[in-house]
Design a binder for this molecule. Structure first.
Ligand SMILES: [Zn+2]
Ligand SMILES: [Zn+2]
Length: 208
């Protein structure tokens, strides 16, 4: 919802719309970037924050550091012999970098207490939405791989018959536990959302 200050702003041309292209007119907007103080339209809003234009807040990168380590252990077997066991450990460390990220971190440190509370709640809400979106994508990918055209999930169950010590693969289609639906996942991950908000999110995700 636009703030009172934005309501009083006159409509201005977005400075980032490329009017040098034939037939392209700059979109009108009341949004002013709080970094460069210039008007920007919805097409040129930063992906990271709606309060900035995408010229001012876009140069942010995710760096991945991978670490691997092999440890060696001497294990004594039942027959008394010793064996060398090598265990490989690996982990991934993610960190953010980029000039706009560094600038944003410094900027956040200079906000007032009220602005800090607002920013915290805003980003918390965005994180919750991103987690829901991430779960939804994982479920869709799972459904795309494991669902039959008739909508039933194929489950491959490995059963070991202890007496004969053989393995039997059983493929069952009638009695299967269906993968959670999009609606079920949304409700589970967002217990505080109202019924109306759930329905709105469902509509958006299903492209309605
Ligand atoms: Zn624009
Ligand atoms: Zn800007």
């Amino acid at each position: 919802m636009p703030t009172k200050e934005q309501e009083e702003q006159p409509l201005q041309d977005c400075v980032l719309c490329d009017t040098s292209l034939p037939g392209v007119l700059a979109l009108k907007t009341k949004d002013i970037c709080i970094r460069c103080k210039k008007p920007f339209c919805t097409l040129h809003t930063s992906t990271f924050s709606p309060r900035y234009c995408n010229y001012c807040l876009s140069d942010i990168t995710l760096l991945q550091d991978k670490f691997e380590k092999v440890t060696e252990h001497h294990v004594r077997l039942k027959d008394g012999r010793e064996e060398l066991l090598r265990v490989k450990h690996s982990c991934r460390h993610l960190r953010l970098d980029g000039p706009d990220y560094v600038w944003y971190v410094a900027k956040v440190q200079s906000v007032t207490d009220d602005e800090l509370t607002l920013l915290l709640e805003f980003h918390r809400s965005i994180v919750s939405q991103l987690e829901t979106d991430s779960d939804t994508r994982k479920i869709r990918a799972f459904q795309a791989v494991y669902q039959n055209p008739d909508g039933r999930t194929v489950v491959s169950t490995r059963t070991t018959q202890t007496k004969k010590t053989t393995e039997t693969k059983v493929t069952r289609t009638p009695k299967v536990k269906a993968a959670p639906t999009l609606e079920e996942t949304l409700r589970k991950n967002n217990p505080t959302l109202s019924e109306k908000q759930i329905q709105q999110m469902l509509k958006i995700m299903q492209g309605a």
